[in-house]
Write a protein of this length. Sequence first.
Length: 147
Amino acid sequence: MTDVHFAEVSDEQSLLDWQRIHNQIIPPDPLSLEEVRERSTRHRLELAYAGDAPVGNSTVRRPTEESGAMVIARVLPAYRRRGIGLRLYERGLEQARRWADDRPVEAVVLASNDDGLDFALARGFVEVERYTLPGATIPYVALELRG
């Protein structure tokens, strides 16, 4: 596997790198730089680098009254199946479990992302709901970690 390291989003370049990866993997729901900046104040955003190239990102959301903590890991297609997503996921899951207390850990995957959905299901997540955002045509799959 390529030399991979991880870093929390902390400056303008890392915000741009995180945004580019998100928007490439989730094209029906692109985020502006300002939206990413705002998310970085509420969530833990992290990047995975292969050498100097940003190749994946993750989001860990704190639980709310309506939902448990959430972990989302994304890896650019050219870098999948190298263990990068697993490492991003495991790092995010560790944080999500600390924040979740005894509440469930959740995930969400764009329904058209077969790799992402297979990844989540293989790690014990089960589908709990599908929903489509206003104006969108591709649903999201809401998942919950069981076991």
